[in-house]
Ligand binder design. Structure first.
Ligand SMILES: [Cu+2]
Length: 44
């Protein structure tokens, strides 16, 4: 998706990772640690 940051690879448990979104929009994401866990980032 245009303006969407790159995926975060590897195991990310108990860490904090920042991402900058280049453009406004609604961006869905999928948690690869937990099957069925998804979220949405809304950039205004
Ligand atoms: Cu998860």
């Amino acid at each position: 998706m245009n303006g969407r940051p790159a995926d975060i690879s590897g195991s990310n448990a108990n860490t904090t990772i920042a991402r900058t979104f280049a453009t406004a929009g609604t961006f869905g994401y999928v948690c690869t640690l937990h099957a069925g866990m998804t979220g949405t980032v809304i950039v205004q």
